[in-house]
Design a protein around this ligand. Structure first.
Ligand code: HEM
Length: 235
């Protein structure tokens, strides 16, 4: 082993196989020269999640999830906290970007046939991730506790209340009672800042494990062209 700093660390931690699995992955021969921007959408989604986690933690330092203080604490973040307006703005736009990017990534996976065998589980975990991302956007919307947030949540929870059979139960579960109030705000804050991010992080871990384990797929058309032709096959 070389007598360098990297060599010293490698000799003790043996990180090379991990680096190879994470960063030096092979792509299918059929994809050579055909990897493009579409394949960056998953990683872009991942980056928005990291940005949201960091800016979200920064916001929790000054936000107060009670009806008496929520609105004022957001005004405080916007007008008094150093760079508060910037951090809140980044959190807001990263949230919008994450919803759009998750959707576009799912579209790319669908149009490229990447959901097929053996990647069905990656797709199913992806669908759960998409639902959680929407849940995160919905619960975050109430937190500023202004008129727009309040009435949007009244409408949103009413929609959930319209679910057949379990509607009434869902409505009460989300609101913490019959009407929107202090318990709703606390519940939404807990979901938005703790429960949903923890679930998203766990599922992203499983999603990426599957992506790394199975490798990236080639679209069926390119994969077909890359293998020897079957006699009489049209390409
Ligand atoms: C938080 C949301 C998500 C993150 C962070 C994420 C991340 C990623 C990354 C980094 C990749 C590998 C690179 C790429 O193909 O872009 C990937 C692949 C994949 N994702 Fe996602 N993803 C998310 C949501 C979804 C959704 C909503 C679906 C489908 C409903 C999905 C299905 C898949 C599938 C099937 C693959 C394998 C693609 C292939 O082998 O070609 N993902 N994901």
């Amino acid at each position: 082993m070389e007598k360098t700093k990297e060599g010293w660390i490698e000799e003790r931690l043996e990180l090379q196989p991990i680096k190879e699995a994470l960063l030096d992955r092979k792509v299918p021969r059929a994809l050579a020269g055909n990897i493009g921007w579409f394949y960056t959408l998953g990683s872009a989604t991942l980056m928005t999640f990291v940005v949201l986690a960091v800016t979200g933690i920064m916001l929790t330092m000054n936000y107060s999830p009670t009806p008496d203080h929520a609105y004022d604490s957001v005004q405080y973040i916007m007008n008094e906290v150093s760079s508060g307006r910037l951090v809140r703005g980044i959190h807001h736009w990263a949230a919008t970007a994450m919803v759009a990017l998750t959707f576009l990534h799912a579209l790319r996976v669908m149009f490229f046939g990447a959901y097929k065998y053996p990647r069905e589980l990656t797709w199913v975990v992806g669908v759960l991730l998409f639902l959680l991302v929407l849940g995160s956007a919905f619960t975050g919307y109430l937190l500023p506790w202004d008129q727009k947030a309040y009435w949007a949540t009244v409408v949103g929870t009413n929609l959930a209340g319209g679910t057949p059979v379990i509607g009434d139960f869902l409505l009460k579960l989300l609101r913490g009672g019959d009407t929107l109030g202090a318990v709703t705000l606390t519940r939404f804050y807990s979901l938005h800042a703790a429960v949903i991010p923890a679930l998203i992080a766990t599922l992203i871990g499983i999603h990426l494990f599957l992506v790394i384990k199975q490798g990236i797929s080639a679209p069926p058309k390119l994969a077909r062209r890359a293998r020897p032709a079957v006699p009489g096959e049209q390409r």
